[in-house]
Design a binder for this molecule. Structure first.
Ligand code: KG4
Ligand code: ZN
Length: 334
């Protein structure tokens, strides 16, 4: 008999549900909340309300696409954290309700581990141990992955996440939230060497992205004094130069960490891994350093429930279930 897991993701501004059958993704329904666009960032209260509004229809859609009925579900996986508390609460409450109603076990999943385990949705899958650069709107981490659930953070950001830097700088350039994708699009037509921005270096395998944000702010302020149209006229070159600096900062630490740990299996994960500049750069590095690199499909980079389901599947195989006393944890660590 098939083993069906339903997975729920609601940690930030994507409401998503997925059906996983025997470790294979049958459906992955994602509803991206557009309500935040005009605010320049995610508004937590609006996010949790939108999750409440849409979770039932997203779940129904995921079941329909998978061709699986609610009575055929064997377990329910959900994001316990990290993320926005009010948003996490919607997913966890739904999961508990379904668990009680259908008498099926609950599996709590760490969102950041799930981003990494998205690599096990499809082939080619990384070999253990591998190094994963996890880059999202809330995190920037270098993780040594020894097994499905055995992961160690070797370095992380001391301040802003790289996705936050993309989005905040995107806002300065006049893009709606989240601006990361638009910087990527404009960078394709721009000259990455046109403007120079300082890259901040911190000890070890850690990162810092607050400095470049401030540097861009002051640079734009000065240029706008002389020419009020400076941003519009130079949007492509600005995007390319900023993106180039962010990529250099990420890759410097990735190279150092891979060398020190003598690892040639390299993966990227998280929403910012959708960036075409980062993807291209990594392919170039893999040729130069003879790495085997793993880059997830775009739909498995940004937040999605399929990655929660895959993580849930491996937890279920290990018998790592939770009970109804589980609570959301906005700062969940692993
Ligand atoms: O993993 P994710 O969907 O949510 C979090 O867990 O944070 O990542 C969202 C982040 C946002 O900062 C968004 O701007 C960024 O991923 N992002 C990109 C691109 N696509 C999404 N950043 C740069 N280039 C992209 N193409
Ligand atoms: Zn995420």
């Amino acid at each position: 008999m098939a083993l069906n897991i339903i997975a729920i993701e609601s940690s930030c501004d994507e409401t998503s549900a997925s059906i996983i059958q025997d470790g294979k993704v049958l459906s992955n329904t994602i509803l991206s909340q557009s309500v935040h666009e005009i605010y320049g960032g995610v508004v937590p209260e609006l996010a949790s309300r939108a999750h409440q509004q849409h979770i039932i229809s997203v779940v129904n859609q995921a079941l329909k696409e998978a061709g699986v009925s609610i009575d055929e579900l064997n377990a329910i996986a959900f994001t316990q954290g990290p993320g926005l508390l009010g948003s996490l609460l919607v997913g966890i409450s739904f999961a508990k309700g379904l668990s009680i109603a259908k008498n099926i076990p609950l599996i709590s999943v760490n969102h950041m581990q799930a981003h990494i385990l998205a690599h096990f949705i499809e082939d080619p899958k990384p070999n253990f141990p591998f190094l994963c650069l996890t880059i999202s709107g809330g995190h920037t981490q270098l993780v040594l992955v020894s097994n499905y659930l055995d992961m160690k953070i070797l370095g992380e950001t001391r301040d802003d996440a790289v996705g936050e830097a993309f989005d905040k700088i995107g806002k300065m350039l006049g893009f709606p939230y989240p601006g990361g994708y638009l910087i990527d699009e404009h960078a394709k037509a721009g000259d990455p060497g046109r403007f120079k921005f300082p890259s901040t270096s911190v000890p070890g395998y850690n990162f810092s992205f607050s400095g470049i944000k401030t540097a861009v702010l002051y640079f734009l302020r000065n240029q706008l004094k002389a020419d009020g149209q400076f941003i519009e006229k130079n949007l492509d070159d600005l995007s390319a130069s900023i993106q180039h600096t962010l990529i250099e900062m990420l890759m410097e630490k990735l190279i150092l960490c891979a060398k020190d740990n003598d690892i040639g299996e390299i993966a990227i994960a998280g929403g910012v891994a959708a960036n075409s500049g980062i993807r291209d750069h990594l392919i170039g590095l893999s040729k130069y350093y003879d790495w085997k690199t793993y880059i997830p499909k775009l739909e498995y980079c940004t937040d999605n429930a399929a990655m929660i389901g895959i993580a849930g599947y491996y937890k279920l195989l290990e018998g790592a279930l939770c009970d109804l006393t589980v609570i959301p944890d906005a700062r969940l660590k692993f």
